[in-house]
Design a protein around this ligand. Structure first.
Ligand code: SAM
Ligand code: SF4
Length: 339
């Protein structure tokens, strides 16, 4: 290891703009049992198995990042719970010393079965995506999902006793913009958080033109304010969400994740690893390093992986520019990116 490298790794992972990276999102599969209209096209082609990181490779990457100061790992995909034998990876990650939080984002369809094993394995928090409370509408948006299985999954997560449960909802004009209040009320009634995420132009959607469906979070907030008085939550959550509370409901927080209308890049503390092993430095850009090539090289050593990760921080771009036609836009769909 060079002197410069050892100084950098002792300070943790820091990019050219002085941002510390202590959070990774690890995509464990590109596959899913849903086909949400904003995330996937109707006829998806998934990666051949040999291009996907093995569970062992995922573990090596995760533990190397933790050795470099990463404190928080979110497992995502695709749908993490469709990856076969995923619990064996989660159980190992749950025991990683130095890791403070192990999180999971899921569509919830299989949480009825997995919530308790996940909690027992050390998962601290879960995010569950839900975009409608109407069965037919839910099926239209997810193309194949059953609302009832997700509602049962949310209840199972509540019983399992996670530190926090958050619902994620993407509000789209023409699909579910009239459900902002119903989704908010549902979260409040369960005493859990909800975050509204603006639809991002990641890859081409096959059922709609994204510029016509994207709802700004300023609009979503306005709808909620017609019914509730909102108070800003001062506590700083490292990351892109801005949270409020409803005066008469102390427990739940309402988050607004606004990557399209509000640039939050100055606070960015995260990088993503796609299931092909691409270390992606920014959701809205293509800057990346091929960690799979390093892992599968004859000359692989732990140090070679560590050094590749440390020097990759210099590639992290300052910000993304969604819908700026003068700049290249991402062609990756979200299931490839790791949400
Ligand atoms: N399958 C899991 C789920 O749905 O929660 C995890 C992966 S999914 C890609 C992660 C999150 O990304 C979900 O909350 C989903 O709503 C969100 N998402 C997918 N495509 C998106 C897009 N184009 N814009 C904004 N959010 C998107
Ligand atoms: Fe699957 Fe999640 Fe994408 Fe929906 S958002 S298709 S559940 S990966």
């Amino acid at each position: 290891m060079t002197n410069a490298t050892s100084i950098k790794s002792a300070a943790g992972l820091v990019d050219r703009f002085g941002r510390s990276v202590d959070y990774i999102r690890l995509s464990v599969t590109d596959r899913c049992d849903f086909r949400c209209v904003y995330c996937m096209t109707e006829k998806m082609q998934f990666l051949p198995r040999n291009q996907i990181l093995s569970l062992e490779e995922l573990y090596v990457i995760a533990s190397t990042f933790v050795g470099l100061g990463v404190k928080k790992i979110r497992l995502t995909g695709g749908e993490p719970l469709v990856r076969s034998n995923i619990m064996s990876l989660i159980e190992r990650l749950g025991k990683l010393s130095g890791l403070e939080e192990l999180l999971l984002t899921t569509n919830g369809a299989q949480l009825n079965k997995y919530a308790q094993p996940l909690r027992d394995a050390g998962v601290n928090r879960v995010n569950i995506s839900i975009d409608s409370l109407d069965s037919e509408r839910f099926k239209r948006i997810s193309r194949v999902g059953e609302l009832e299985s997700v509602l049962a999954g949310i209840d199972a997560a509540l019983e399992a006793g996670f530190d926090r449960i958050k619902l994620n909802s993407v509000i789209m004009r023409g699909y579910n913009e009239d459900e902002v209040l119903a989704l908010t009320d549902y979260a409040l009634s369960k005493n859990i958080d909800i975050a509204f995420i603006e639809e991002m132009p990641l890859g081409e959607a096959s059922d709609h033109a994204r510029e016509e469906t994207t709802c700004s979070n300023a609009w979503v907030r306005g709808v909620i304010e017609q019914k509730y008085k909102l108070e800003d939550v001062e506590e700083k959550t490292a990351g892109p969400s801005r949270y409020v509370k409803v005066e008469q409901y102390g427990g739940s927080r309402i988050g607004f994740i606004s990557p399209v209308t509000h640039n939050f890049c100055e606070d960015c503390n995260r990088v993503r690893i796609t299931v092909e092993g691409r270390l992606l430095l920014c959701l809205g850009n293509e800057h990346s390093v091929d960690l799979r090539r390093i892992l599968r090289s004859q000359k692989f050593t732990d140090a070679s992986l560590r050094e590749a990760i440390i020097s990759a921080m210099d590639l992290k771009p300052e910000r993304h520019y969604f819908y700026d036609r003068s700049r290249p836009q991402p062609v990756r769909l979200m299931n490839m990116t790791g949400g």
